[in-house]
Structure formats: structure tokens, C-alpha cells
Design a protein around this ligand. Structure first.
Ligand code: C2E
Ligand code: CA
Ligand code: CA
Ligand code: CA
Length: 277
């Protein structure tokens, strides 16, 4: 038994060492990517099928690799979050999204809002709202065109802090929405204490829209109507899903049915060509 234990110890320590090395490698690659300005943003359109127009885009981080592929965000964002590197990466993404959207607006594309994903470490940094203001000032993007996507976990982690930050953002005129809404474990009562402007219904509720999903989506729509929150459904992939959502009176959608996240060079042509179905 003793020898078993020792063998197991050796086995695990080798594994742990390999894991640590992989993490260290990823960290230094991330740093190099940030310093070398290798990150890119792709933009996924959001549409309103009642209004028949494109309402905005969501900026999604892309990390190009030497072989031409992109390393998926969920591959590296957790470690970037853990180590704090997400703070400068997120600051870059915020500024770049504002700059790009201001450029599109100046070129006559729009009105278009841009949504930027904010990580917990970024949101809780003491200078977060100053960073937002600075990005708006430097790029000249009107605050009304900026939306920040926040997760339930981030908001509930420290409610007084979240209330303060959200209030400042609201005073600035910046929109805020709760991402992946419905997947958290929290009760809905916290919604009335958090001054956000909208909810994004998580794609897991949109995929098959069976009886239970439909009931949940209806409940989300009812509560957002009562609290005067905007609602968008994400992950819409099929015409049947879009039709079902329209029947439930949810007309704002985002998903592969309309467009994948696009490199910025491709957005203007897509936008001009798009017609509501
Ligand atoms: P998210 O914010 O929930 O973004 C939606 C994800 O769903 C994106 O994946 C998007 O490409 C994908 N998606 C869009 N439409 C569809 C669809 O119709 N079907 C399916 N199956 N998926 C769809 P992506 O780009 O891989 O991003 C994954 C996550 O990484 C994001 O989830 C977000 O949490 C995080 N992320 C991305 N960019 C940033 C960023 O700049 N900062 C931070 N903090 N997180 C980011
Ligand atoms: Ca998002
Ligand atoms: Ca989401
Ligand atoms: Ca998600």
C-alpha cells in the first residue's frame, strides 16, 4: 500500500509539473500576444426582427495563431482572469471596440451599438469606470453606443460594489446587460437592486425551446417587461427558433442564423446586404 501511495505521488507530481509548465507557457504566450498587439476582435451582429434592423454588434476576442487558426477565448480567458492579465487585455478590447465603432459610425454605418464583455477582475478594479470614460473620451464614441456585458456571478459577488459601478455607468449613459441570463443560481430578486439596462437570454434556453425552456423564456420576458429591461436572445441558429421567439414577443436576437462573429473588414458589407427575413 505504501509503495502504491508513493507511485501515485510520483504519477501526480509529474502531471502537476506538466500542468504548471503548460500554464507558464500559456501565460508567457498571452503576455507576448498582448505586447505584440496580436489580439483581434470579431463582431457578431445583433438584430431586431420587429424593427427590421441591425441594432448593434458584440465584440468577441480572437487570438490568431501562426497556423491561421484562432485559439478559442474559453481556452485562455480563465487563466488570464486568474492571473490578472485579463485586465490589460480587457482594457485593450474596450478601447479597440469603441474605436472601431466610432469609425463605422463616421462612415455612415449605423446607428450601431457595440457590446464589450467585461470580466470580473476588470469590473472590480477600482479604476474601471474611469477606464470606460477614458476609452469613450479618447475615441469619441457616444456613451449611448457602448454596452457592457456582465455576468450574474460578477454582479452578485459583491452587490454593493456592483450597485456603485452600475450607477456610475448609468449616469455616464453607458448600457449594461446581464450575459448568459438564467444560467446562474441566484434568485431573481436581486434584479431590482442592480441598475442594469438589459438581459441576454442564454443560448441554452434557445436551442430546443421545449415546454420548460419556453416557460423560462416567457418568465424572463415578463420580468424584464415589468422592470423595463431590454431583452435579447443569443445563440439563435435556426429559422424555427427565431419564429418561436417572435411568437413569444422576443424580437431581438443574435446567432449564427444571422451571422457568425465577423472580422471587422467584413461587417460593413454584411450590414448593407442584410434584410430582415
Ligand atoms: P459569450 O459572451 O456568451 O459569447 C457568445 C459565444 O457564443 C461566442 O463564443 C459566440 O461566438 C458564440 N455564438 C454566437 N452565436 C452562436 C450560435 O448561434 N450558436 C452557438 N453555438 N454559439 C454562438 P466565443 O467567441 O468563443 O466566446 C466565448 C466566451 O468567451 C464568451 O461567451 C465570453 O464569455 C468570452 N469572451 C469573448 N470575448 C471576450 C472579451 O473580450 N472579454 C472577456 N472578458 N470575455 C470574452
Ligand atoms: Ca457576451
Ligand atoms: Ca452570452
Ligand atoms: Ca457564455
Amino acid at each position: 500500500a505504501k509503495r502504491d501511495g508513493r507511485n501515485r505521488f510520483h504519477f501526480f507530481s509529474g502531471e502537476i509539473r506538466a500542468g504548471l509548465l503548460a500554464r507558464q507557457q500559456l501565460m508567457s504566450d498571452l503576455r507576448a500576444a498582448l505586447d505584440g498587439q496580436q489580439f483581434r476582435l470579431h463582431y457578431q451582429p445583433k438584430v431586431d426582427l420587429d424593427q427590421g434592423r441591425v441594432t448593434g454588434v458584440e465584440a468577441l476576442l480572437r487570438w490568431p495563431q501562426p497556423d491561421g487558426t484562432f485559439r478559442p477565448p474559453l481556452d485562455f480567458i480563465p487563466l488570464a482572469e486568474e492571473t490578472g492579465l485579463i485586465v490589460p487585455i480587457g482594457a485593450w478590447a474596450l478601447r479597440e471596440a469603441c474605436r472601431q465603432t466610432r469609425e463605422w459610425t463616421a462612415a455612415g454605418l449605423g446607428p450601431l451599438s457595440v457590446a464589450v464583455n467585461v470580466s470580473p477582475a476588470q469590473f472590480s478594479a477600482p479604476d474601471f469606470t474611469a477606464q470606460v470614460q477614458q476609452a469613450l473620451r479618447d475615441t469619441g464614441l457616444p456613451p449611448q453606443q457602448l454596452e457592457l456585458e456582465l455576468t450574474e456571478g460578477l454582479l452578485l459577488h459583491d452587490i454593493p460594489l456592483a450597485q456603485g459601478v452600475l450607477t456610475t455607468l448609468r449616469e455616464l449613459g453607458v448600457q449594461t446587460s446581464i450575459d448568459d441570463f438564467g444560467t446562474g443560481f441566484a434568485s431573481l430578486s436581486y434584479l431590482k437592486r442592480l441598475p442594469v439596462s438589459g438581459l441576454k437570454i442564454d443560448q441554452s434556453f434557445v436551442q430546443d425551446l421545449g415546454a420548460a425552456d419556453t416557460a423560462i423564456v416567457q418568465a424572463i420576458l415578463t420580468i424584464s417587461g415589468a422592470l423595463n429591461l431590454s431583452v435579447i436572445a443569443e445563440g439563435v441558429e435556426t429559422a424555427a427558433q427565431a419564429q418561436h421567439l417572435l411568437k413569444l414577443r422576443c424580437s431581438r436576437m443574435q446567432g449564427y442564423l444571422f451571422a457568425r462573429p465577423l472580422p471587422p473588414a467584413d461587417l460593413p458589407a454584411w450590414h448593407r446586404a442584410w434584410r430582415a427575413p
